[in-house]
Design a protein around this ligand. Sequence first.
Ligand SMILES: *Cc1c(COP(=O)(O)O)cnc(C)c1O
Length: 383
Amino acid sequence: MKEKIWLSSPHMGESEFKYVQEAFDTNWIAPLGPHVNGFEQDIASYLGEGVHVAALSAGTAALHLALVILGVQAGDEVICQSMTFSASANPIAYQGATPVFVDSEAQTWNMSPRYLEAAILDRVERTGKKPKAIIVVHLYGMPAQMDRIMEIANRHAIPVVEDAAEALGSSYRGQKLGTFGAMSILSFNGNKIITTSGGGALVSKNEDWVKKARFLATQARDAAPHYQHSHIGYNYRMSNVCAAIGRGQMEVLKERVEKRRNNYAFYKRSLAPYPAIRFADEPNESYYANRWLSAILVEDDATGDLTREAIRLGLEKENIESRPLWKPMHLQPVFETAPFYGDGTSERLFYQGLCLPSGSNLTEDDLNRVVEQVRGVVERTSR
Ligand SMILES: *Cc1c(COP(=O)(O)O)cnc(C)c1O
């Protein structure tokens, strides 16, 4: 069996281990410590725009705290992009609120501004109440149409929570993703563009909210010598050991983005002779995608044999991991009864889309092996 090629695996730099050693040497083995503070500062200065950062145990935890801080409660509705990982939507359910799912547009695969507006108007008409928040996602690091989305959100005075879990290193009109929303979240899970093994962050220009996130994430302890609580708390803080890894990873983020963008360019160039395989380019120079994952769309051909599943299985046989695009939330059994606004775009993307191996540690040989297999399937099925 040939060596496994993973979809997206951790890629350590030179300094991570040194910082972890430092955490051991100073015995800061706890969900606080100098690396946690340092990692927060590293992220804040990278993102710019005067943001503050709370380092947390997961991106999911960050999203949950964002909704808690925005006052999302049982009986509320929260608008969420349908095409995403379930972690974007689950925190809505943690709060006992109802997700309202909005379809994608075909250019960026992210939230359709048109259906966002339709959803807001229809929910207000049906329930007499505005949705409490809008969760917009930058899938695979491609910026959503932020101008239009922010204009609609601002006009209706609904806060935007930006799920930038996949989008650290991307920007829109020269502004880093993760700095547009009232609050934003990042993820440092093992498969993301940089990793702390597991972890996340809440980002906001509102320092009080970030302070509140740190307070809630450490069991909401009031200032007292004994344990006293006037809020429900959570255990969501990042460990100093994980933050040590994160500090090292921030030093190589720029290189990681460049490499992933090169992966995308390589696939696009190598598969250009096959019109059935399509790519989602940045719509114009306002968009800068980190290309966390390189994804293709497989157009239906006349024979019906060339499908994304045929390509996925062909890769699997060669010990190469690939994965369909996120299955939209409105098609998930667990969210069956949630309202949905759209025209089937995300469903079509799901049936046609496949994420190819995209790690920043892939070698030229790895990339060639992937392309060779994809070519093989295309040529076999279209004969
Ligand atoms: C990974 C991911 C999350 C969740 O982050 P965790 O750190 O794994 O909890 C949320 N949203 C999206 C879009 C993601 O890809």
